[in-house]
Write a protein that binds this ligand. Structure first.
Ligand code: HEM
Length: 292
């Protein structure tokens, strides 16, 4: 799968020939979340669902996002969204399942998923045998959820994350966690609730990574050399030739590198939370928030 950079990357992100690889339908848990947020939708559903996210985000003035001490950015953001219950651990757990294969090293020990029946203890779920078929998760078929994940926010090194037992365990745990978070938000399995959860999940790891990386590097260096979202994926719906000459077949998937100017994406799917991310990271905004 080719990795596309710079001018060609901008072309992919702004050309409607390229779509986000579709995700399988889902009625509950993480599959429902992926199938209901703008991030993994295309066409009119993307427009409608993205608008829901933008509505949520635009109600929050970026300047109001001051973190208390070294509070997790999701805690600050959730408070600004009017959420009074603690949701950070739930959101982090869900965010990890977007990225199987990288999750094990990040796993926070002892996260307990209250309300998840029958295995209410997250660690117990992680410890079980992968009877549900590990290879299904690792497999290449979209139905197995890999595209959903790779189409998510981290493709490290340009390779699809390979999960195995841990990825499967994360998925099981994340299913219960999504259901718990819907309850905490007094929501339902609808697009509005998905948008609220989606905003928190989208914000979670990239913003935390940015804050961490800014401890010893400037924003420009971080975005150029170690971008919080290193890449995203697109699928060509028709054969095309990119600037620079790379020919892409119909149906082919490409990895789009998101460094430097493209750190927050571009085009109709660009990050709507850029100004908020920068505010949470304590970076003064010197450019227009909207990179289209
Ligand atoms: C350093 C922090 C962040 C980075 C680097 C980042 C980057 C990105 C990128 C690259 C995309 C587009 C992915 C693609 O086109 O495939 C995206 C989408 C998105 N981001 Fe961010 N993001 C960050 C923080 C945030 C925050 C704080 C929020 C919410 C306040 C947020 C909300 C979203 C949403 C809702 C989408 C989906 C947009 C759509 O459906 O069209 N992000 N982000």
């Amino acid at each position: 799968m080719p990795t596309i950079r710079d001018r060609a990357a901008l072309a992919v992100l702004t050309d409607p020939t390229f779509v986000v690889p579709p995700v399988p339908p889902g009625t509950s848990g993480i599959a429902w979340l992926r199938a209901s947020v703008g991030r993994f939708s295309t066409g009119p559903s993307h427009d409608r669902r993205r608008a829901l996210s933008v509505e949520i985000i635009s109600r929050i003035p970026p300047a109001s996002l001051r973190r208390a001490g070294d509070e997790h950015p999701v805690a600050t953001l959730a408070r600004a969204m009017g959420i009074t219950e603690p949701v950070t651990d739930l959101v982090r757990q869900i965010a990890q399942a977007y990225r199987p294969g990288t999750a094990a090293k990040d796993r926070q020990p002892g996260i307990r998923v209250a309300g998840a029946e029958p295995a209410a203890d997250g660690d117990a779920v992680v410890g079980v045998e992968p009877a549900a078929g590990v290879d299904a998760v690792v497999g290449v078929e979209p139905a197995a959820g890999v595209d959903a994940v790779v189409g998510g926010d981290a493709v490290v090194g340009g390779e699809p994350p390979v999960g195995g037992d841990e990825a499967r365990a994360d998925e099981v745990l994340a299913d219960a966690t999504v259901e718990r978070l819907i309850e905490v938000l007094a929501g339902a399995h609808d697009e509005r609730t998905a948008a609220r959860i989606g905003v928190l999940v989208q914000a979670c790891d990239p913003t935390a990574a940015l804050i961490d990386r800014l401890r010893d590097r400037s924003p420009a260096t971080v975005f150029r050399e170690d971008p919080p979202v290193p890449a995203t994926k697109r699928r060509a719906t028709a054969a095309t030739v990119l600037p620079g000459g790379l020919a892409v077949e119909a149906g082919e998937e490409v990895v789009v590198a998101l460094d430097g100017e493209l750190a927050f994406g571009a085009g109709p799917r660009r990050c709507p939370g850029r100004a908020h991310a920068l505010a949470l990271a304590g970076i003064a905004l010197t450019e227009p928030a909207d990179h289209s």
